[in-house]
Design a binder for this molecule. Structure first.
Ligand code: AMP
Length: 398
């Protein structure tokens, strides 16, 4: 049985086709510049590729290209859309309305749209993707939605509230929602499997470190706290995002530089983080190279990033009153042995040591703490598309 996984952005459309009989990816691709030209890059699992520059005024034309790539191009992997049993969509913001994945119907689409203000760049694009998908695949193919926020809906109110007047929570839903939930769920489940223990008995901290970074405390199998907040800007510093700040810094800079709320949002989301500190790049590889060559600000960005991870781990170990395992995932978490080793050394007080025989591995599922460590440390490559496909399959099998 094949499931088609879609991640629709405002001008892009990423997709994967997954064979659920063996959970192997059959093909993946991306449509870019939707609404301003258009291009598709498609790749079959056996290495065949298809690339085309085609006008894509809307997501509907993009899906027509995807259907062509999947069924007729030189990198086709199926002969007809009938082979696709269902479609699973990634949705960034499910607010307090969705605590699990659901099948799509009109009321679900309306609820996703009702949350547009909480994710203005994402939710409207997801709805465009869902509606275009219905046009491309027809009404009879079931569609499911999997929310980045759903895993975090188990947080207690004392954890998800901001200490602002309560009316803003009631009127506008201002609270912590978190993000990357699909990834945190996947790697924490894998961690419990690898440890051979029921997740209800474990306290795990998962560090999703990529261009966006979030850290989650998972107690007894459910999210207890997470670093991203009302939006993915909260928490630790990231590639271009500032992470948490004293709010007074923003009112101060806005007044000094005569900036609007929109300017401040651009500043914090696009010009801050590792890019803002280094003045060089948002990419950890560039920063590591520059730091090795003596660039002080690149080194500072890396030091700040590591310090903030350590601080979250310490805070969450205290919040859960214990810690059994730490998981690293995401482009940085999976590929940066140096960062992992330094973090293990800096929190050795918890009773862990890095195993140099396994820590040098990149992008592989592996335990990187020594056998006698009290806290186990793992690298677990994330696979959000597989979670979306699994949830979709479970929903249509019901
Ligand atoms: P992601 O958003 O998960 O794709 O992660 C992007 C981040 O992962 C960037 O900062 C990259 O520098 C980092 N990254 C990806 N591959 C590597 C690698 N081989 N070594 C070090 N960092 C990497």
């Amino acid at each position: 049985m094949k499931i088609f996984v879609v991640n629709a952005g405002s001008s892009s459309l990423k997709y994967q086709l997954i064979d659920m009989d063996n959970e192997q990816m059959l093909a993946k691709g991306v449509c870019e510049r939707i609404g301003a030209g258009g291009a598709i890059q498609h790749k079959a699992a056996d290495g065949r590729t298809y690339h085309a520059e085609v006008e894509m005024p809307t997501h509907s034309e993009a899906f027509q290209q995807v259907v062509y790539a999947l069924t007729k191009s030189e990198a086709s992997v199926i002969s007809s859309l009938d082979e696709i049993a269902a479609i699973g969509h990634r949705v960034v913001q499910g607010g307090s309305l969705f605590s699990k994945s659901v099948l799509v119907d009109e009321s679900v689409i309306e609820k996703i749209e009702s949350l547009n203000e909480l994710a203005p760049l994402h939710n409207p694009a997801h709805v465009l993707g869902i509606r275009a998908c219905i046009r491309a695949f027809g009404e009879k193919t079931p569609q499911a939605v999997v929310f980045d926020t759903a895993f975090h809906q188990t947080m207690e109110q004392k954890v998800y509230m901001y200490a602002l007047p309560y009316e803003y929570y009631e009127k506008y839903g201002v609270r912590r929602y978190g993000a990357h939930g699909t990834s945190h769920r996947f790697v924490s489940d894998r961690c419990a499997d690898l440890m051979g223990k029921p997740k209800k008995d474990l306290k795990i901290i998962t560090c999703h470190l990529g261009n966006g970074c979030s850290i989650t405390a998972i107690k007894n199998g459910v999210c207890y706290d997470t670093s991203m907040g009302f939006t993915p800007l909260d928490g630790m510093m990231m590639g271009t995002r500032s992470g948490a700040l004293d709010p007074s810094v923003l009112t101060f800079i806005a007044e000094k530089e005569n900036m609007t709320p929109h300017d401040i949002s651009e500043l914090c989301n696009k010009r801050s983080g590792a890019l803002g500190i280094s003045g060089l790049s948002n990419d950890n590889r560039d920063l590591a190279e520059a730091a090795a060559a003596g660039n002080r600000r690149a080194q500072l960005a890396l030091d700040m990033q590591r310090y903030q991870i350590v601080k979250f781990i310490g805070a969450y170990a205290a919040a859960m009153n214990g810690l059994d395992a730490i998981v690293f995932t995401g482009g940085i978490g999976e590929n940066n042995p140096d960062l992992r080793e330094k973090i293990c050394n800096e929190i050795s007080c918890f009773g862990m040591a890095c195993d140099e025989n396994t820590n040098h591995l990149r992008g592989k599922e592996v335990r990187i703490s020594t056998a006698d460590s009290k806290v186990a440390v793992y690298v677990i490559p994330t696979n959000e598309e597989l979670v979306i496909a699994r949830d979709t399959l479970a929903l249509i099998s019901k």
